[in-house]
Design a protein. Structure first.
Length: 97
């Protein structure tokens, strides 16, 4: 193979591949903001030192364009580009009302 064939084989395709986006399932705890809701997820992880299973709660600010989510709903959210100072997630679907 010549140098030009080797260089052509190494070049990536012209399409940019998008990275995998994280998704979470959580419960809506607040809908007081316009087009925004707060979703809380609970993960169970072992304690670093003692090994006991503890609940780790995390709150995400989620973009809800239509304002469909209500407090207490179980929803699926997906990571997205930064939409504001705190919002980096968007609502994908409402699993349970």
């Amino acid at each position: 193979m010549s140098d030009t064939e080797t260089a052509a084989a190494v070049v990536e395709p012209t399409e940019r591949t998008r990275g995998l986006r994280k998704d979470r399932v959580g419960q809506v705890v607040s809908t007081k903001m316009h087009k925004t809701c707060i979703v809380e997820t609970v993960t169970r992880v072992p304690h670093a030192r003692f090994g006991k299973i503890v609940k780790h709660r995390k709150r995400f600010y989620v973009h809800d364009e239509d304002g469909k989510a209500q407090i207490g709903d179980t929803v699926r959210i997906m990571e997205t580009r930064p939409l504001s100072r705190l919002k980096r997630w968007r609502l994908v679907e409402i699993i349970k009302h």
